[in-house]
Design a binder for this molecule. Structure first.
Ligand code: SF4
Length: 70
């Protein structure tokens, strides 16, 4: 089990106890995630541009998948 804890319970990878069951996740900036295609995710981690954030409010998990979309 990963040591990624997450409270987004409508994500496909979320599990009871606030665990993330994804084998890898990609965290990026909100601004990049807003315009990046769905295919840009953890397997393409090396292709993501490096960027800065001023607070946690500007970052997000790009790996999120709505559990109803599976
Ligand atoms: S993939 Fe991201 S949003 Fe989904 S459970 Fe894991 S950390 Fe949370």
């Amino acid at each position: 089990m990963s040591k990624i804890y997450c409270s987004i319970d409508n994500c496909h990878y979320w599990d009871q106890g606030n665990y993330c069951n994804a084998s890898a996740i990609m965290v990026t900036s909100d601004s990049y995630a807003n315009q990046a295609p769905e295919a840009m995710d953890a397997p393409k981690h090396a292709e993501f541009p490096q960027m800065h954030a001023d607070s946690c409010m500007e970052t997000c998990c790009k790996t999120f998948v709505h559990k109803d979309s599976e």
